[in-house]
Design a protein around this ligand. Structure first.
Ligand code: NAD
Length: 495
């Protein structure tokens, strides 16, 4: 049954979600305005989605605040909270194929990746935090004869979540699952390029029994709906994944409004280092390829800088080319497709611009470099590799967020670590070596929130995720994320 025809039939039968979800109801924007949601698979308009602005945001925040004050969610017994969140996850599982099709249509993601990665990953995240919520303990203070003191975790109140379009559902779930588990109300603002799965799960949350107003989903543009949410004086926290440019604005908005907390997961220019004593060059080549070409390079942790020690550089590059040549863009709804389209025409143009810049700056174009599948009307770019990229070149310094790899050769380990750290970003880094001392030393020296040794992207939701330097602060995933959505309150009883 898993054929292109099967997924096209699902797509044709689906009612594409287009209304905002505010105070437990599916509603149009108050202005009546909608925006055209373009599918990057073929460049055609998929649907017209409610274009929410400041008044809709205000309605959503008021509804979230009312729900929080009423306490139907916040004060619910932890067993019942868990039951509702588990039911929410079960409903997502029931509708997994529909969610995968919506994600694939919205951002051009291969349906198989959505079915095996994004959707089950989102469901696992929700279950993880549902399971964790009754394991959050407070502390009892030191014993004193005249006083009993304890510290408890209190939900923050109203959390605004602003998320990007590369993993729309997963990034949303990394925020809303721990925020809800801690008893907060949430206003979720999906990216304008990818509103559909967020709207769909807003409906599923209501079906699962989440009280009205506890999860609102408000689609709209960043500088309009997103800005209004971040400036709102009754929002206690903004949890954000996206670009550094917008991250900096969010900190300003916080200062201009109510000093709301801000948690930022931003971009990266992650180095992937292969030392000459790499234990498995074949695997390193495969993981270097997929480390940049997965999701058409639109991954914040993409291994976009491949640093290779001179002795093995030619061999690694040969193997890398063999893998990358086999990655051919196809129809995102075709189950055999491993590389889909870029998420939007704008993102495709950005990638093509960086390719031109790298050529101009003297990079050796070794693979790809072109738009492809133009006849479909969609936004596809070939996997592209530049060899002998200077560490000071634009391709080494700026995030492309597309399928473009820069290879830089080095001679000494310390040189590799220095080049790796010579960036304003600090999200992820990877390295391959048999030398345990070098592995450990490099792992500690690399200024990145995630370091992977002998396997790219090798940890899961049980481990904290986030960056150093201008890749942001605050962590998603793991139990640390729960505490991000809570305040500590000290209570003392005089005896
Ligand atoms: P973006 O910053 O342009 O947009 C992200 C979100 O912010 C969208 O919902 C957008 O509508 C909203 N937004 C835009 N302007 C706003 C404003 N003035 N006020 C409030 N909200 C506003 O980023 P993008 O292009 O959608 O996503 C790509 C970026 O996200 C890349 O830099 C990538 O590295 C980063 N990213 C980071 C992670 C991570 O976990 N660190 C994960 C995925 C993506």
């Amino acid at each position: 049954m898993t054929s292109l025809a099967h997924f096209e039939a699902i797509a044709n039968a689906l009612k594409l979600p287009s209304d905002a979800i505010i105070d437990g109801a599916c509603v149009a924007s108050q202005s009546g305005k909608t925006f055209a949601n373009v599918g990057p698979r073929n460049g055609r308009v998929l649907n017209h989605v409610a274009e929410c602005g400041a008044t809709d945001i205000d309605a959503a925040v008021k509804s979230a605040r009312r729900a929080f004050e009423a306490g139907d969610w916040r004060r619910l017994h932890y067993r019942d909270k868990k039951r509702v969140l588990m039911k929410f996850a079960d409903l997502m599982e029931r509708d997994a194929e529909a969610l995968a099709v919506l994600e694939s249509l919205d951002v051009g993601k291969p349906i198989t990746n959505a079915l095996k990665g994004d959707i089950p990953g989102s469901i696992r995240t929700l279950r993880y935090y549902a399971e964790a919520l009754d394991k959050v303990y407070g502390e009892v203070g030191p014993e004193a004869p005249d006083r009993l003191s304890f510290a408890v975790h209190e939900p923050l109140g109203v959390v605004g979540a602003i998320v990007p379009w590369n993993f729309p559902l997963l990034m949303a779930m990394w925020k809303i699952a721990p925020a809800l588990a801690m008893g907060n109300s949430v206003v979720l603002k999906p990216a304008e390029q990818s509103p559909m799965t967020a709207l769909k799960i807003g409906e599923l949350a209501l079906e699962a029994g989440l009280p009205a107003g506890v999860l609102n989903v408000v689609p709209g543009f960043g500088e309009d709906a997103g800005k209004a949410l971040a400036l709102h004086a009754d929002v206690d926290m903004i949890a954000f994944t996206g670009s550094g440019t917008v991250g900096k604005l969010l900190m300003q908005y916080s200062g201009q409004s109510n000093l709301k907390r801000v948690s930022l997961e931003l971009g990266g220019k992650s180095p992937h280092i292969v030392f000459a004593d790499c234990p498995d060059l074949g695997r390193a080549a495969t993981e270097a390829a997929w480390g940049i070409f997965y999701n058409s390079g639109q991954v914040c942790t993409a291994g976009s800088r491949l640093l290779v020690q001179n002795e093995i550089a030619d061999e690694l590059l040969d193997r890398l080319l063999t893998v990358a040549t086999g990655i051919v863009a196809g129809d995102p709804l075709e189950p055999a497709t491993s590389s889909g389209s870029m998420a939007s025409e704008a993102q495709m143009q950005t990638a093509l611009r960086y390719i031109e810049t790298a050529k101009r700056e003297g990079g050796a174009l070794t693979l790809g470099g072109n738009r492809t599948r133009i006849e479909t009307g969609g936004f596809y770019v070939e996997p592209t590799i530049f060899d002998r990229i200077d560490p000071k070149a634009t391709l080494s310094r700026e995030e492309v967020f597309g399928p473009v790899l820069g290879v830089t050769r080095f001679s000494e380990a310390d040189e590799a670590i220095r080049i790796a750290n010579d960036t304003t970003y600090g999200l992820a880094a990877g390295l391959w070596t048999k030398d345990i001392t070098l592995a450990h030393r490099a792992a500690r020296e690399l200024r990145a929130g995630l370091v992977w040794i002998n396997g790219w992207d090798s940890c899961d939701l049980t481990m904290p995720f986030g960056g150093f330097k201008q890749s942001g602060f605050g962590r998603d995933r793991s139990l640390h994320a729960l505490h991000k959505y809570a305040d500590l309150k000290s209570v003392s009883i005089t005896l």
